[in-house]
Design a protein around this ligand. Structure first.
Ligand SMILES: [Zn+2]
Length: 484
């Protein structure tokens, strides 16, 4: 429940957002070099602040001379930050015990932690999920990037300016994993509190409901603007094409997963409108934004992205990286410095025809499959990877799993754990919620089998896909050697 203090805090956040928008608007990016210079100046301030106020970084960087450039600092992994959670934040009141208590209830999604902060979690692809605490400074910068950068995108038309689209849509729909403390949901709840007109025009829909129900509800609501994950938009594009979904949209917003080029074309064709793209992560929101020419421009004044090889050596532009180190200059509360985000990217140096001087990138993120399971009423029902994630993490409290479809109605599941016994116990915990979820979607009975091996990377791509459908399993996964 909102207290008077919460209203005051929201009001203060709103003022700060306006100030951030004004600042960004009054300093348009004139060249790639000037944005980069600004970014590196901010990075040196962030490093100094972190060394002084974060006990973790003070120790982690103890052997690095204070005037060293960013690339002299050692990279950091999520697991290291989570292991040193209580020493990480620059506000020393933040600790894992209190934040876990806050996260243990779904009633607190989007509410304030320690009266002042927002908290979101990322899904635990390789085990423990990440927990990220946000202060009003970071939130106002993220918000200003969304509000301003699309507008300043060279010859940007109304079709790529999200606020223009929002203002011009009578009704908006957000389809998301509402059941967890995920970034998109927390962010949206916060934005809606700050802008009551926005919440009155928006309806949120859970990705966990059966597609037929979702279609019915969307047909009722008739949004002009719809936002979701690419995998969900692809499923809805099918529904629109089949005529079951009857929406007349001005625009779509896609985020949270990587949108493939082919997938993008298919979705845009089905709905007859453009997709506004965004590249962000729980650790660093709004790192890049899509332009009218279909490219993603990096906000290099607020985020430094370093493409690196397997040995974490920085690669030149034009080369596809094994992973990427991200430095988030917008947030000083839990500093993210040369953080391994796991995405494979390629930086481009050629100018984009849209005229925006900020450099562009292409991304190859994680690539999980949508499962199509046989059902009673329809031929097959889509099961989204993100829905499986939400069920396993939020309902069974298990992290780090891999589902391989080995038959039409048969799934083989690998779980995280140090030994076979603990992996078996994890499987036992997730079995009932998964069965229940499949039943709620109307699938025919699904057989769940435990694979005692821990989750494994794809033998061909080297990627850890959490959900592999039958065709991928047939081709690659079954050939993976056991890693134990
Ligand atoms: Zn462009």
């Amino acid at each position: 429940m909102q207290t008077p203090l919460d209203y005051m805090t929201d009001w203060a956040d709103g003022i700060r957002c306006w100030q951030a928008v004004y600042r960004l608007q009054s300093e348009p990016v004139v060249s790639a070099a000037s944005a980069r210079k600004k970014g590196f100046k901010r990075a040196s301030e962030l490093l100094a602040h972190s060394r002084q106020h974060s006990p973790f970084y003070a120790k982690y960087y103890s052997s690095i001379p204070t005037d060293s450039p960013l690339e002299a600092y050692p990279p950091v992994a999520r697991s290291t930050l989570m292991d040193h959670f209580d020493e990480w934040a620059t506000d020393r009141r933040i600790d894992k015990k209190s934040v876990n208590h806050f996260l243990s209830s779904t009633d607190t999604i989007g509410e304030r932690y320690l009266d002042n902060y927002l908290v979101w979690t990322s899904s635990g692809t390789c085990g423990e999920p990440g927990i990220y605490v946000q202060d009003k400074n970071a939130m106002s910068i993220y918000q200003s990037l969304i509000s301003v950068r699309y507008q300043q995108s060279g010859h940007a038309s109304a079709s790529t300016d999200p606020w223009h689209l929002v203002l011009n849509s009578d009704r908006m729909a957000m389809i998301a994993a509402l059941e967890g403390h995920f970034a998109g949901t927390v962010y949206w709840k916060w934005a809606a509190r700050l802008n009551p007109w926005l919440s009155s025009r928006t309806r949120t829909f859970s990705i966990l409901q059966p597609v037929a129900t979702l279609v019915e509800r969307l047909n009722d609501w008739q949004p002009g603007f719809m936002s979701s994950y690419p995998s969900m938009l692809a499923v809805l594009a099918n529904e629109q094409k089949s005529g079951r979904l009857k929406l007349s949209l001005n625009s779509l917003w896609s985020g949270g997963e990587q949108l493939g080029e082919q997938q993008k074309r298919k979705i845009e064709a089905a709905f007859g409108c453009n997709i506004v793209e965004d590249y962000g992560a729980s650790e660093a929101m709004n790192m890049a934004f899509g332009c009218d020419h279909g490219r993603l421009h990096i906000n290099t004044d607020w985020f430094i992205l370093e493409p690196v090889d397997e040995n974490r050596q920085v690669l030149p532009a034009g080369e596809k990286s094994a992973t990427t180190l991200v430095t988030n200059l917008a947030s000083r509360l839990q500093p993210i410095i040369r953080y391994d985000i796991g995405d494979s990217i390629t930086l481009h140096t050629d100018a984009c025809d849209c005229g925006n001087p900020l450099p562009t990138l292409s991304i190859e993120g994680r690539n999980d499959d949508t499962l199509w399971l046989p059902a009673n009423e329809a031929d097959h029902i889509p099961i989204l990877p993100l829905a499986l994630n939400t069920v396993i993490e939020e309902m069974a409290n298990e992290f780090g799993f891999q589902i391989n479809q080995i038959g039409a109605q048969e799934l083989s599941i690998r779980t995280q754990g140090d030994d076979i016994q603990s992996r078996r116990e994890a499987f036992d915990k997730i079995r009932a919620p998964l069965k229940q979820y499949f039943e709620s979607q109307g699938t025919l009975p699904v057989k769940l089998q435990h694979d005692p091996r821990p989750p494994q990377r794809n033998a061909v791509s080297g990627k850890l896909n959490q959900v592999n459908n039958r065709s991928r399993v047939d081709h690659h996964v079954s050939t993976c050697p056991a890693s134990e």
